[in-house]
Structure formats: structure tokens, C-alpha cells
Ligand binder design. Structure first.
Ligand SMILES: [Zn+2]
Length: 284
């Protein structure tokens, strides 16, 4: 097992070399480790978190979060009670992981769909606690990121103090943000009511994504929130990003050579069009 952090001397890109992950299991055939009674879920549960057996970080910490005991659920179908508990669990794990010596920045995320490399279909996400604030979140914090005030026809949903819209300059065909309209620094700052209303908004959002494509699209989702040293970042504003490579059902857009070469992107989908499709797919 090796873990080495390398920094490209020319671009500053940070790369974790984590060769032990090559030994991870691929799609388990029958016995799901996340179903009740499975390896990682011996007892009944509603939502659950536990340490990842195949951590990607040495100086840091990796956890798995189970969204539901039901193997075929997803964020698009989860009961609102389950959603509410999941938001509470995200907040609670943020508090707990920040107590670790290396818990400087807690990133909650999900890779959903085999196309995106999810190895187990049971609904789950992950949490990494970093010993530093990685460059991308740091960039957004330095830029004092705030919700789009005037998304216009890119607005997907406004509900109970939450706003969902498609990004102005999306790199991916689908690129959504979910954020509170009034500043909230992080998940632990949410009130119980806000946890509940966030659960409702997320259910609508993920369900609209599924209906918009008539199939569950592969996606990546992650939370941006204040680092542990929140007082250093008084403008930190909680938000979730959801991105999917699908430009149409079963038709992923691949990043092209010229895009990797230049860092400039060519998106075949207009963010206003995908927002309109998602608005139509909402079941309010
Ligand atoms: Zn399962």
C-alpha cells in the first residue's frame, strides 16, 4: 500500500498516488455489503456512516454514508424522512470529522452510476476529511462565492429559502447548484427546519433529473462548505454542485483533447435549455 502526494511543478496540480485502491473489489455480484445484514451494515438502520476500508487519504479520513437500507433507492426516490435524516447525518459527520487532527476541510460527495465509477449500486455517498483546504474550494472561498442573484431562465426551483439553478458557464452538460438564499456557512449551521426543507428540495431536484432523461443519469454531487477554521472565511456560503456528463439519455459527452489541452470547454448543451427541461420535469 502506497500513498504519496505529488504536486506538478508547472501547474500546481495536486495528485494523490494511491495504488492500493487497484485492489478494491469491482461490482460485487450478489451479496451487497450495504444491505441490512451485509458486511458494512450488520444491524438495521435508516442512514449510516462508517470508515471506508479503502481510504484514498493517508493524512485525512474517508467515510462511507448509506442513504437508505433499500438497495434500489436513490436521492430521486428516498422518503422525505430518510432525506431529513441524511441531511442531519451529513451535518453530524462534518462536526465529528472536524475534531480529527487532520479534519481541516470536510468534503461530502457522491459518485452515482457505473459510468462514473461507482462500484456498488446501493445508494451511498462518501466523505473525505482533508488536512488542508484543497485548491478548488479555496478558490471559491477566496472569490466570496454567492448564489446567482439573477439566474433568469436558468432558474430551476425556488422553495422554502433554497434556490436551484444551472450554472452560467457549465463545463458539463448538466451542472446544477443548490444553495440557501440567505448565507449559511455549513451543514452544521442548518436548523432542523432547514434540514427538512433542504431534504424536500433535493428530492425534487434529483427526481427532476431522473424524469428529464427518462432514466437515472450518472452524476457526481458534492457539498462546498466552510472549512474547520470557519472564522477565517466569514463569507463561506454552503452550496451543493451536481454535474452529469449526459447530453441526452445514454449519450455522455466526453471531454475532448482540445479541452484538456487548453482548459477551455465546449458545452453542447445550453444551460438555459437544460433548466427548462428540469423545470418541466419537476413534480411539485
Ligand atoms: Zn444493497
Amino acid at each position: 500500500m502506497t500513498h504519496e502526494v505529488r504536486i506538478d511543478p508547472h501547474t500546481g496540480t495536486v495528485v494523490h498516488i494511491v495504488t492500493q485502491r487497484q485492489n478494491r473489489p469491482n461490482l460485487p455480484s450478489s451479496d451487497c455489503p450495504f444491505c441490512v445484514g451485509g458486511l458494512e451494515a450488520p444491524e438495521p438502520y435508516t442512514v449510516r456512516s462508517f470508515p471506508n476500508r479503502w481510504p484514498s487519504l493517508d493524512e485525512g479520513y474517508c467515510e462511507v454514508v448509506l442513504y437508505s437500507p433499500e438497495h434500489n433507492e436513490s436521492l430521486a426516490t428516498l422518503s422525505l424522512r430518510n432525506m431529513h435524516e441524511l441531511v442531519h447525518l451529513w451535518a453530524e459527520r462534518t462536526v465529528e470529522l472536524r475534531k480529527l487532527p487532520h479534519g481541516e476541510h470536510v468534503v461530502i460527495f457522491e459518485n452515482c452510476g457505473a459510468e462514473i465509477g461507482a462500484t456498488i449500486p446501493h445508494p451511498h455517498g462518501q466523505i473525505y476529511a482533508f488536512p488542508n483546504v484543497p485548491e478548488r474550494p479555496a478558490q471559491q472561498l477566496r472569490a466570496q462565492w454567492q448564489p446567482d442573484d439573477n439566474p433568469g431562465d436558468r432558474l430551476v426551483l425556488e422553495m422554502d429559502g433554497w434556490r436551484v439553478w444551472t450554472e452560467y458557464a457549465s463545463v458539463y452538460p448538466v451542472s446544477l447548484r443548490v444553495a440557501p438564499e440567505q448565507r449559511i456557512a455549513d451543514l452544521p449551521s442548518l436548523t432542523d427546519d432547514q434540514c427538512a426543507s433542504l431534504g424536500v428540495v433535493l428530492r425534487h431536484t434529483f427526481s427532476a433529473l431522473r424524469h428529464a432523461f427518462d432514466a437515472p443519469p450518472p452524476y457526481m454531487m458534492w457539498w462546498n462548505q466552510a472549512p474547520r477554521a470557519a472564522s477565517d472565511w466569514p463569507d463561506a456560503w454552503l452550496n451543493m454542485e451536481i454535474v452529469s456528463p449526459w447530453r441526452a439519455t445514454n449519450l455522455p459527452r466526453y471531454i475532448a483533447g482540445v479541452e484538456v489541452a487548453t482548459g477551455e470547454y465546449f458545452n453542447p448543451v445550453n444551460p438555459s435549455d437544460i433548466a427548462a427541461t428540469l423545470r418541466e420535469a419537476l413534480e411539485l
